[in-house]
Design a protein around this ligand. Structure first.
Ligand SMILES: *[C@@H]1O[C@H](CO)[C@@H](O)[C@H](O)[C@H]1NC(C)=O
Ligand SMILES: *[C@@H]1O[C@H](CO)[C@@H](O)[C@H](O)[C@H]1NC(C)=O
Ligand SMILES: *[C@@H]1O[C@H](CO)[C@@H](O)[C@H](O)[C@H]1NC(C)=O
Ligand SMILES: *[C@@H]1O[C@H](CO)[C@@H](O)[C@H](O)[C@H]1NC(C)=O
Ligand SMILES: *[C@@H]1O[C@H](CO)[C@@H](O)[C@H](O)[C@H]1NC(C)=O
Ligand SMILES: *[C@@H]1O[C@H](CO)[C@@H](O)[C@H](O)[C@H]1NC(C)=O
Ligand SMILES: *[C@@H]1O[C@H](CO)[C@@H](O)[C@H](O)[C@H]1NC(C)=O
Ligand SMILES: *[C@@H]1O[C@H](CO)[C@@H](O)[C@H](O)[C@H]1NC(C)=O
Length: 424
């Protein structure tokens, strides 16, 4: 919390009646001349001058302006500036430490706007980011080469090719993929038919060879593994939600959406969390003691028409919470207890998640990234101006943030107090 704002508000409250708070909701941040780059929100905007109105979802559709920054606050001439601001700071001290003196967001690549972009993994040995485009008819991934003065992008085809990767993590030099597709597809190399099932795959990013690690649950096809994270014992935790069906790369699901632990050394798969509506992004704290899982139950599959993709509507009362869990040691693999909600997304729900070396919990939600403390306090938000599905720390000391969504790939550079973890 910004100490200075508390003082300002306290004075305002003492001088005026509570209904007439004169401190501006949004202020220029110290040391920042340009408030379309960085702006500071006082007191989490806990009191907005009336009347204020924020758009809301109806008939299963969430309008684009259902966001905090697009809230209309007619009688406050500071608030509307947020609509133009990239870095919206809620916690002055930690927020400005993370941002440094010259944070910068730039759109680096245009991408197709009819598809999400997912599973970005930075491979230091290649100085490159490998990411995917889970979309029907797209049978390979892409690679961003960061070696040159300008980054370049090209197709990345594995052996065998893998269809509809949605989650990726680096662990000891290899990439682990959660993949959603069960429909067979033509090899992009020679057109021969390739059979695949939703599962967990291991990629050697240097040779491009892929190994199947898991492709069923006791004979039952997995729904569509969406995202994964790997603990220090090498065990893989993955969310098995329904989005492969949503984008029509697999059949209607047969399993409850759940989160599993998969132990590659024995092949054992065990459920570790079964209460979320649609488990999605995962993260582990740097000390390994806390796991974070987001719920995107706002995507409602009930009664969504089969012919229209994606096959869900928006249920504003569905899950949009990030939960934290204690990670407990057990001989066959760690288990989770003490589920607690730490964050109810201010916009949409949290998709891809990553935890920084400092323990900050970052989540892609709607048109931006929430940066939270380990306790779920909102420190700052990066407003990108386009939907973001996932992101990754990359570059020297993993201090750049690369953001991926339909239509674009963005880079945030100049950050100071935040870094990606080594195995991420
Ligand atoms: C709020 O207080 C200011 C300063 O005293 C005054 O000018 C303004 O008219 C007040 N507004 C309302 C809505 O009471
Ligand atoms: C202020 O920041 C915005 C958004 O980052 C940028 O487009 C603009 O060029 C900046 N203006 C100045 C004067 O630096
Ligand atoms: C949101 O956008 C819609 C359509 O452009 C508009 O009618 C509505 O007034 C907006 N709502 C707010 C709170 O700005
Ligand atoms: C998406 O891309 C297509 C083809 O490039 C273009 O015609 C269309 O206007 C774009 N749609 C949006 C919403 O940007
Ligand atoms: C980037 O350069 C390094 C060092 O020359 C090289 O090993 C690596 O393969 C290059 N990355 C790509 C994607 O070509
Ligand atoms: C890259 O892959 C896309 C399909 O995903 C294909 O249309 C395109 O031709 C490929 N580009 C190259 C240079 O092979
Ligand atoms: C076609 O390409 C796939 C990999 O994309 C490979 O596994 C297969 O052996 C190839 N088949 C022929 C006949 O070359
Ligand atoms: C879903 O995929 C199947 C098999 O590829 C195809 O026949 C069907 O037209 C697709 N449906 C939609 C809505 O895209």
């Amino acid at each position: 919390m910004a100490r200075r704002s508390v003082v300002l508000l306290a004075i305002a409250a003492a001088v005026h009646a509570q209904s007439n708070i004169t401190a501006q909701v949004v202020e220029r941040c110290p040391h920042f001349a340009n408030d379309s780059a960085v702006a500071c929100v006082n007191n989490y905007a806990s009191v907005l001058p009336c009347p204020f109105v924020r758009a809301t979802a109806s008939n299963g559709v969430d309008p684009e302006n259902d966001t905090f920054v697009a809230t209309s606050v007619a009688s406050d001439d500071s608030f509307h500036r947020l609509a133009e601001t990239t870095f919206v700071v809620f916690d002055l001290e930690r927020g400005l430490d993370i941002l440094g003196s010259a944070p910068r967001l730039e759109r680096v690549f245009e991408t197709r706007n009819d598809s999400i972009h997912e599973g970005p993994v930075y491979v230091p040995g290649l100085n490159a980011i490998i990411f995917s485009q889970p979309h029907q008819g797209v049978y390979q991934q892409k690679i961003i080469n960061l070696n040159g003065t300008e980054p370049t992008i090209s197709n990345f085809t594995t052996d065998p090719p893998i269809y509809a990767v949605n989650g990726g993590r680096l662990y000891k030099g290899k990439i682990y993929w959660a993949s959603e597709a069960s429909f067979s597809f033509p090899s992009p190399e020679n057109g021969s038919t390739i059979d695949q099932t939703p599962g967990i795959y291991e990629l050697n990013p240097y040779t491009r060879e892929v190994r199947t690690l898991l492709n069923n649950y006791f004979g039952q096809q997995l729904n569509s593994p969406n995202d994964l994270v790997i603990d220090s014992r090498g065990d893989i935790y993955f969310s098995d939600s329904w989005y492969g069906y949503a984008i029509n790369v697999t059949d209607y699901p047969v399993l409850k959406p759940q989160t599993y632990r998969f132990r590659p050394s024995t092949g054992a798969v065990s459920v570790v969390e079964g209460s979320l509506e649609q488990p999605n992004g995962l993260g582990i704290s740097p000390d390994g003691k806390t796991m974070y899982i987001s719920d995107t139950g706002i995507t409602d599959f009930d009664g969504a028409p089969e012919e229209k993709l994606p096959r869900y509507t928006f249920n504003k009362f569905g899950g949009r919470t990030v939960y934290a869990f204690d990670v407990n040691f057990a001989p066959p693999g760690n288990y989770l207890t003490n589920k607690r909600p730490i964050w109810y997304a201010q916009t949409f729900a949290v998709d891809g998640m990553h935890v920084s070396r400092e323990g900050y919990v970052l989540g892609a939600s709607g048109d931006g990234i929430d940066v939270l403390s380990e306790w779920g306090e909102l420190i700052l938000r990066i407003e990108v101006g386009g939907e973001i599905n996932n992101f990754q720390f990359a570059g020297p000391d993993r201090q750049e943030l690369w953001l991926f969504g339909p239509g674009g790939i963005w880079r945030v550079s100049g950050l100071k107090g935040i870094h990606g973890m080594v195995d991420e």
